[in-house]
Write a protein that binds this ligand. Structure first.
Ligand code: GLC
Ligand code: CA
Length: 564
């Protein structure tokens, strides 16, 4: 019988919040310009001071870094750039001593092509690892060897790569250096469970499971719709036929340890998500969906649209209402895969602080478990690098080289500046010293020019900073059960300027008002709410204690009320 009593995370995750670390850019502890576990250890008190309950680490494992850790070459070790297992154990203990849980990234849709399994697998059709990956014979078209189907990869050209030693192609949904594992092979699933046990028995509290909804492929690998480039194969690998069966196996391992599981689910819908996260028999505790990341783009950040608040609200409200009583939301606005949120949905130029705090309030008071990405809490913004050669992310380079090739170069570069994942991967800005306090030497990647003003040290001193606003929001959420469990209602849905939602729980009533406008807006109060009968829990303007609660909302103003 699974013993779920060992870890309280599985019981308490709904009231928790997490901080995501992308270690390479977090804090350099040994002075080589690269973030590492010494750096993390030194910052544990900082992380604790935010009021979060745990850390999710993007991959720490050895990796050739074709996709910065999401191409793993050894699941049982720590990348030498970041430290070693002993150091990891020290961080784990340091975190646990402070009451912080640790979630590891579990990347098992694919490995690195430098993983020993793949190095063996590609040697021949009959070795111990030959069925670890998805190998197919070439399709012969007009006497020529062609890929077995028409799928595109999400990161780099076709989804198939030819290997002469086997005279076969292997599947890679992501980059060429990320061959997909063959999860239909029970031995591969054994390997995954072994990896899970290794980390769980060390004391890790759970996993964020990378593109986990892609692990079960359609057995026939049929051609996709040729008119949907890039995602043409997706219907045949997303939520595949055996997905629940495989996740059940993984779930059982986690339950032995009472560990938490959050699945990343690109392009998922709320209907599909519910199949994973509902009820006691659920195969995942929460899912990261992407719906609310599309309020200024179409399908991917690379295809830009003007920011549309109504679209954002629709996505939020859909998940809030559809999951009510059935599943639990994972809330986020940033991670290592998206450009910075103030640069997208806020106004970094004119209302950096106001819009940064407005964005915090727009999601931290929803029902769900909030995740905060490193640097988000101080309002870090996108970088603009002067040439495509300076960008390093594989998907950004691919977008630049393959799409809109008829556009002038400057326009293409601008698209990359606004959409690149590199913007969320610049070194964390700790203070105004040289190299932003991230390192004592020149860091591995560009630092945002604004580090002299946008940094932890400055914001810790400023009571009105974005950082202090995040801390206050998390503290308020902790103190008010209704903000954790309460039912969500959205009001004035069609307002293009205001986001107004309420939360209700037993006798508690909360009203969250956020302006997304850069000018003053007339306030809108939902029926049945009298602001003069409520107390103001938090606002992002200084003087609100004395102001008329019914006064116009100033640019990006937040007012959060609770009934007295
Ligand atoms: C996930 C990760 C992303 C990575 C991709 C392939 O989306 O978050 O960083 O590139 O999977 O592993
Ligand atoms: Ca280092």
């Amino acid at each position: 019988m699974a013993d779920t009593t060992k870890n309280t995370i599985i019981r308490d995750f709904r009231s928790m919040s997490f901080y995501q670390i992308w270690i390479r850019s977090f804090a350099d502890g040994n002075g080589d310009g690269i973030g590492d576990l010494i750096g993390v250890y030194d910052k544990l008190d900082y992380i604790k001071s935010l009021g979060v309950d745990g850390i999710w680490f993007s991959p720490l494992y050895p990796s050739p870094n074709a996709d910065f850790g999401y191409d793993i070459s050894d699941y049982y070790d720590i990348h030498p750039d970041y430290g070693d297992l002993d150091l990891f154990k020290k961080v784990l203990k340091g975190a646990h001593d402070r009451g912080l849980k640790i979630l590891m990234d579990l990347v098992v849709n694919h490995t690195s092509d430098e993983h020993k399994w793949f190095l063996e697998s590609k040697k021949s059709r009959d070795n111990a690892y030959s069925d670890y990956y998805i190998w197919k014979d070439p399709k012969i078209v007009k006497g020529k060897k062609c890929p077995p189907n028409n799928w595109d990869s999400l990161f780099e050209g076709k989804a198939w790569e030819y290997v002469p030693e086997r005279d076969q192609y292997y599947l890679h949904i992501f980059a060429r250096k990320q061959p997909d594992l063959n999860m239909d092979n029970p031995v591969v699933r054994q390997e995954v469970k072994k990896i899970m046990r290794f980390w769980l028995s060390m004391g890790v509290d759970g996993f964020r499971e990378d593109v986990i909804t892609f692990i079960s492929k359609h057995p026939d690998l049929p051609d996709g719709n040729p008119f949907i480039p890039i995602a043409n194969g997706m219907p045949f690998y997303k939520d595949g036929p055996k997905i629940q069966e495989y996740l059940r196996e993984f779930r059982d391992v986690c339950l032995e340890y009472g560990a938490l599981q959050i699945g990343e689910a690109p392009m998922t819908t709320v209907e599909t998500a519910l199949l994973y996260i509902t009820g006691k028999e659920r195969t995942l505790d929460m899912m990261f969906h992407f719906d609310h990341m599309m309020a200024d783009c179409f399908l991917t950040e690379y295809i830009h649209r003007d920011f549309n608040l109504v679209k954002l609200k629709s996505a939020f409200s859909k998940w809030q209402t559809r999951l009510l009583g059935k599943g639990w939301n994972a809330l986020y606005l940033e991670n290592h895969d998206h450009p910075r949120i103030i640069s997208r949905y806020g106004d970094e130029k004119n209302f950096w602080r106001e819009s940064g705090t407005a964005l915090a309030a727009c999601y931290l008071f929803q029902q769900g478990t909030p995740f905060i990405y490193q640097g988000q809490e101080i309002g870090m913004t996108n970088i603009s690098l002067s040439s495509i050669d300076k960008y390093i992310d594989v998907s950004s380079k691919n977008n630049y080289n393959n799409f809109h090739t008829n556009w002038p170069k400057a326009k293409r570069l601008k698209r990359i500046m606004d959409s690149s994942r590199d913007s969320s991967r610049t070194p964390m800005q700790w203070n105004s010293d040289k190299y932003a306090g991230f390192s004592s030497v020149k860091p591995w990647f560009y630092i945002n020019h604004n580090y002299k003003t946008v940094n932890v040290e400055a914001e810790e001193k400023d009571p009105d900073s974005i950082l202090n606003f995040y801390k206050k929001c998390l503290a308020i959420r902790k103190e008010n059960k209704g903000l954790i469990y309460g039912r969500y209602f959205e009001h004035f849905h069609f307002s293009k300027k205001l986001y107004v939602y309420t939360r209700r729980y037993k006798n508690e009533r909360y009203l969250i008002m956020i302006s997304f406008s850069n000018i003053e807006e007339k306030i809108k109060v939902p029926k049945g709410y009298d602001l003069n009968e409520m107390e103001l829990l938090i606002s992002n303007y200084k003087d609100t204690d004395s102001i008329d609660f019914y006064a116009n909302l100033r640019p990006y103003e937040v007012r959060v009320f609770k009934n007295k």
